[in-house]
Design a protein around this ligand. Structure first.
Ligand code: O2Y
Ligand code: MN
Length: 599
């Protein structure tokens, strides 16, 4: 228990409203973790995988309505609508609280209410922050134990007067006397799920979903949307970025962060196996970076998480050998296929499809079934410490000094393989125009158009996107220009006229990162172009690759007409920010247009 009166008062209030059968304060011990798993095994909600093949691993199947982040049901309930901005769903906080209070009334009856104190970041780090999640889901509890640091040690760090972010979660499925769960509990109607953020109160209310980012509230809800608001007010950065460490053959190490939209291979990049001899990559984080200024004026990053919640389909020894090794033990699998010998299988695993398995919906499956065995957003939850290439300093409370920031999206044309920003504001401009082409998978009539996703934060913004970009500009004014990380716009996804990817990607992305590191130390060649500094075609090491210098030239051209069209689309996007568009970015856009017109 705790002596923090704010916390006990809030827990009492929530218990009075939600009316659980009992309240359990998480201690974070291994024994408690096993107890939770046993509860779910007994209830038939979990399957223990074969202990020899996958020691300490379990499979869960969610409800078909509850398989991914519910973006349309994610709300930023700032006091003023204009503060949520054009990219967020807004509901008046008074109205939203009234609606949700009715939903919460009695919603935990028949269940245990878990109080989960958690630290985002190493406990006690000056960059870390504390949250408390109240949830009626033991699945949430075990996942939070992997994804964050939970329990008694966090309460001690919180002390009597420490501040914490209130995170309230319910699956929204009360149980009548004697009733048992019949499968994954949630509210099946998506329109009745709520993932709500009250930024001024640093508070999150989630109702109706038990899955991923909707329910593990430390991740996207706290570490990006609420922490983003805290970062704006306190002068730091809470970003949707991986953190990696690169060591050159000479033994010099650099830390870089990288912002990429969801489904662009961020986890793969964070732990890639370099294909160039002598270079080493180690991982600090695969999804979120919190960056604060150190006393030396540089930005230092921590990974606020303690685990990875990675996409399962497509993860293989070819795409990400380290993730495959990391998830062999002590991991939770959600919505993968279950083989007859109690192992998991998924599409893109690189392993032959078994003749029979139980698919993610719990049905018999054969290769002829015509449906995927694993859901496209099936996930593993796995401890970061198990990553074979985790950097020894990944939990350094001081964080690691960042030398470069990568930004990128999925673009078939226009955006070159790599483009170095010329200064901080130019880098923020490039971050503001990031995006991916809309594909048929997005089910819209806008296929082929670019969805702008500034710094890959579109789904994770806790306030007005224009104010967010202004915050990035302001960060640049807080220190000397030479202490700021350099920003690089990369694009692994350029295609040729036949629709074939022009760059091999995966481990070969290390070749581009090598050029970036060489630029930082002043050893690599670049030419200044209208859009930024591009490598000369022979500056990137392509030895051993089936790529010619002519291919490299194509990957590194500035297509004037395509960029002029891009400018029109950026202007349209910028218009949506109204008077909150930073003047510095409007000026960058005009300067780019003038430079292109001079070409
Ligand atoms: O679908 C979800 O609930 C998870 S989404 C996710 C999970 C881990 C890392 N990144 C993401 C994302 O959407 O960016
Ligand atoms: Mn992510």
């Amino acid at each position: 228990m705790t002596k923090n009166l704010e916390l006990t008062k809030w827990v009492d209030e929530v218990a009075a409203l939600c009316k659980p059968d009992s309240v359990h304060w998480a201690t974070g011990t291994e024994e408690e973790y096993q107890d939770m798993l046993n509860i779910m095994l007994d209830a038939g909600l979990a399957t223990k995988l074969d202990e020899k093949k996958k020691p300490g691993c379990y499979l869960f199947r969610s409800h078909p309505s509850d398989v991914a982040r519910a973006e349309m049901r994610t709300f930023i309930a700032s006091r003023k609508e204009e503060d949520a901005g054009p990219t967020n769903n807004w509901i008046d906080p008074v109205e939203l609280k009234a609606t949700m209070t009715k939903l919460y009334d009695g919603c935990m009856s028949g269940r245990v209410m878990y109080v989960i104190p958690f630290s985002m970041g190493p406990i006690g780090s000056p960059i870390a922050k504390i949250g408390v999640e109240i949830s009626d889901s033991p699945y949430v509890m075990i996942n939070m134990r992997i994804m964050t640091r939970i329990g008694t040690a966090v309460l001690e760090a919180l002390g009597e007067n420490g501040e914490f972010v209130r995170c309230l979660h319910s699956v929204g499925k009360p149980l009548a006397a004697g009733e048992k769960d019949d499968g994954w509990p949630c509210v099946p109607n998506v329109a009745e799920k709520y993932i709500s953020h009250f930024p001024e109160e640093r508070m999150i209310w989630s109702f109706g979903s038990g899955y991923g980012g909707n329910a593990l509230l430390g991740k996207k809800c706290f570490a990006l949307r609420i922490a983003g608001v805290q970062a704006r007010d306190e002068g730091w950065l809470a970003e949707h970025m991986l953190i990696m460490k690169l060591t050159s053959p000479e033994g010099k190490s650099y830390y870089i962060t990288g912002a990429f939209p969801s489904a662009c291979g961020k986890t793969n990049l964070a732990m890639l196996e370099p294909t160039i001899p002598g270079w080493k990559v180690e991982t600090i984080g695969d999804d979120i970076a919190w960056m604060k200024f150190g006393e030396d004026g540089r930005l230092y990053a921590i990974n606020p998480e303690a685990g990875f919640f990675g996409v399962i389909p497509g993860t293989s020894m070819q795409s990400n050998p380290n993730a495959v090794k990391q998830t062999l033990s002590n991991s939770i699998y959600t919505n993968a296929g279950l083989t007859d010998d109690n192992d998991v299988w998924w599409e893109g695993s690189g392993l032959p499809a078994p003749d029979h398995l139980i698919d993610w919906k719990g049905n018999d499956w054969t290769p002829e079934s015509g449906e995927p065995a694993a859901h496209a957003n099936a996930r593993f939850t796995t401890p970061a410490a198990q990553c074979p290439v985790i950097a020894p300093e990944w939990e350094d409370p001081a964080g690691v000094p960042i030398s470069a920031i990568l930004i990128g999206g999925r673009r078939q044309a226009t955006i070159p393989l790599v483009n170095e920003s010329t200064d901080w504001n130019h880098g923020i401009f490039l971050g503001s125009i990031m995006g991916s082409e809309i594909t048929t998978a997005d089910i819209t009539d806008k296929v082929g158009q670019v969805r702008r996703d500034p710094f890959a934060m579109l789904p994770f913004m806790g306030y007005h996107m224009g104010d967010y970009l202004q915050h990035w500009i302001n960060i640049g004014k807080k220190t000397d220009a030479d202490k700021l990380p350099k920003i690089y716009f990369v694009n692994w996804f350029r295609k040729d006229e036949e629709g074939k990817f022009m760059w091999p990607g995966f481990g070969d992305n290390s070749r581009v990162i090598k050029w970036i590191i060489e630029r930082l130390s002043g050893d690599a060649k670049a030419e200044t172009t209208a859009i930024g500094n591009l490598p000369l075609p022979d500056a990137i090491d392509i030895s051993g690759l089936d790529i010619t210098l002519a291919d490299m030239e194509k990957l590194l051209t500035v297509d004037k007409e395509a960029w002029l069209a891009e400018i029109e689309s950026i202007r349209e996007n910028y218009l949506s920010y109204g008077n909150r568009l930073p003047a510095e970015l409007a000026a960058e856009l005009d300067k780019l247009q003038a430079r292109l017109n001079e070409m």
